[in-house]
Design a protein around this ligand. Sequence first.
Ligand SMILES: Cc1cc2nc3c(=O)[nH]c(=O)nc-3n(C[C@H](O)[C@H](O)[C@H](O)COP(=O)(O)OP(=O)(O)OC[C@H]3O[C@@H](n4cnc5c(N)ncnc54)[C@H](O)[C@@H]3O)c2cc1C
Length: 393
Amino acid sequence: MALALAEHGIDVTLFDRNEQLLSRTAIANEGKVHLGYMYANDPGYSTARMMMRGALAFAPFFERHLGLAGDAMAVSRPAAYVVHRDSQRTAEDVSQYLAAVHALIRESSRQRPDAYFGRDLDADLRMWSHAEREAHFDPQVAVAAFDTPEVAIDPVALADAVRSRVNADRRIAVRTGHEVISVEDGDGLEVVLRAGGRAARERFDHVVNALWEGRFAINEKRGLLPDRPWMHRLKYGVSFRLPEGAGKPPSATFVSGPFGEVVSYDDGLTYLTWYPVCLQGISSDITPPQWPTYPSEPLRSSLLQGTLSAMAQFVPALRDLAPDELQDVSVKGGVIVAWGRTDIYDPASELHQRFAIGVTSAGRYHSIDPGKLTMAPHFAEVCAGRILQDRVR
Ligand SMILES: Cc1cc2nc3c(=O)[nH]c(=O)nc-3n(C[C@H](O)[C@H](O)[C@H](O)COP(=O)(O)OP(=O)(O)OC[C@H]3O[C@@H](n4cnc5c(N)ncnc54)[C@H](O)[C@@H]3O)c2cc1C
């Protein structure tokens, strides 16, 4: 967002209560740049359409602002979508859903064939043979699998690149260690802050609330409380580098329901998340607890061991991995903010539909719910567009 505005000559001040930008959920996710295949429980395709809009804007945004060519960004091996035997949708349903979403992706990418990291989005999705499923999974658990072109990026590497770029931009002032308390009307909009134990106020022409888990609290003080139920869910994931010589698991997304993912990179970087183990908290409060990004012991070890052993039951490449042999182990978690009253174990939960997200503007106050990392560049451009339009009026 700051980069999109600074590009047009607008001065931007970024406030974050943490000591470093991009050090919360932005670095604690698996970095999947969603094309929409995940949302078979939203059969109207609204979530899929939304995700592909974000996905096709993602690499071009960073190419423009970071000078990183889309096809030069390190991406994971593409994900197979794997139907779990306890799936909320049958293999037939998932197969039809994936094919329909793929047709939409083909259509949307026709004008921008290289937009998704320079990858081919045109080839048909391929269903795996029984022998392939047997080679990579327990075929009793993985009842069907389909190749897709969907990839992930390493969010830690991306955050490092964005942070350096933002810090170097003379139009962007970075104020970490500043907690936003409220945004009040005055001469323009005044951001009320707490920093180093002191209160402060700063005046701006426009204010953008992109505080993710802290967003509702500031909106509420401006009378912008949502009129539908929401959930803040704390979810962890584990990443590590495989020991030398270990076989790489395939990247795989298990659908549909409370399952998880393997994200596998050619250099051995591997990310795992398994919902029943990694989901560690739910809050429907306006302000959720400030759950730690890095869990302390014994939770850290139990997340690592629990995730590995749950997934090793049906992913043979994970079976022989001992937690103490893994390198660069990182266990991190963040909040997922989404509309819904019941958890994803409920096939009718609103959590299965993620299209009601985006930018809400009330005058010169803008609140962004990116919904997903995938969507952040797209909504940054939408919000920057509104601010620029207001300035030319
Ligand atoms: C385990 C997990 C896996 C995920 N996987 C994916 C995925 O594969 N693909 C995908 O697209 N999305 C994924 N997501 C979602 C994605 O990570 C989030 O949608 C996105 O990171 C949220 O936006 P953000 O990065 O700005 O949030 P954050 O990094 O949390 O940024 C918000 C910032 O606001 C600051 N802040 C909050 N309140 C205040 C305040 N009052 N004053 C000052 N500063 C404040 C915080 O310190 C924080 O730095 C996942 C999320 C989780 C938890």
